[in-house]
Design a protein around this ligand. Sequence first.
Ligand code: MSP
Length: 479
Amino acid sequence: MAEKRFYITTPIFYPNAKLHMGHAYTTVISDILARHHRLLGEKTHFLTGSDENTQKMVDAAGKEGKEPLVFLDGIVENFKTLYQNLDISYDQFIRTTDQKIHWPGAVLLWENIKASGDLYEKEYEGLYCTGHEAFLTPKDFVDGKCPDHGTAPEMVREKNYFFKLSKYTDILKEKIESDELRIIPQTRKKEILSFISEGLEDISFSRLRRKDWPSGLGIGVPGDDSQVMYVWCDALSNYATAVGYGRDETMFKTWWPADVHVIGKDILRFHAAIWPAILLSAGLPLPKSLLVHGFITSGGKKMSKSLGNVIDPLKLIEEYGSEAVRYFLSKLSTFEDGDLTPEAIKETYNADLANGLGNLVSRIMKMTTDHKVDLSPEQKAVSYQDVAVGNLLKNFNIAGELSEIWTEIASIDEKIQKDEPFKTIKTEPERARKDLYAILERLFNVALRLEPYMPETSKRIIEAIKTNKKPENLFPRKD
Ligand code: MSP
């Protein structure tokens, strides 16, 4: 049988500012899925990257008095530092200014859509929001400003190439309805189906090349260098170019189609309508699924500098460690919005990690090492694959699976209270040893199941059990 493969992607992030908790969230849940599939023995490719051919990046570089391409290198380093500190096991980081990896495929895709007769030129006038990197309609603005970005749009009147998105309305509906392109959760599937049912409009797929853009930024439209590809057209294609489209057919055949694109709810339309339409037009298979997560708020509000409720992921890691931050993030509802405040984070840390898992491990390991209760070699050979049967991660339910692990932790705790091996060890040592063995076996399974979520913690517990030694305090209480 052919080896099973799994190809997973995060969105590529805009490098005009540093990454915030929302970006960390997408990346951590993608990492958990990537690790899960690797542990199942599948050959896994985990892609992330940065979306660089944008006006807002040029603006941000200008504010710092830097050349855009120099500015980009610095920001990308910051992204990678965050990933390293969060223990993100990505296999590839794609940059859309990469002329070797990304550009040939972006150009080939353009040529293929053109060959299908899906591109045409049109004089266009519209309101462009640089924050969204998209044209919006007048009714999207409040008091003349974009409510999401607080900025006024730019009135653009120019000749562009248009993509015949409208042509794909029916076929997209059918592919999504039938789950050939699976959209998770159901609420997002319904949302996009109702959007598509209203009829899709053709979209502008290029922009006039800007004078202030250095060469090396913006992919020229094949055959018309006065135009560059519209940033979303060039960005979406990263999922294909990264794995060889336009430069390495064998590699591309190996990995494409992607198993899942992990995205936030704000970029659903781009991924569930425009991207599959591009692929259909170019005659390429569609990704198998989209996992659409909600937004992180703080105190019920969008994190923003003016509200002063921004939580910096790097600072949070400094305070709690990457394992704990991975826990806070993966505990948030996978499919709906979730909230994080400094107070709630501390409470979760103390309740779930210090008193919950940490305390349980040290109690059990104290008893089992003191009394030399050791798992059998067969039990120690149990692997992730044995315990992952029926795992909720199959359905991308990251928070659901984590919650089941914590239910098991609570239940092991109750079992200790009930059996009281710490007392019976004196009066009925044989029974106590049997009870301890059963408890240790359950803790071992918990440690295995935890691996994709908290790889370091999992390793330390497994190591302690395998060597019958008490580990250091995993999560010291914070007061
Ligand atoms: N560059 C585009 C994506 C192109 S993918 C071909 C983009 N970049 S982004 O940096 O603005 O956002 C990247 C991801 O972060 C999106 O999936 C978005 O949903 C997610 N988040 C941004 N803020 C968020 C929260 N507050 N909470 C959770 N995720 C959010 O869009």
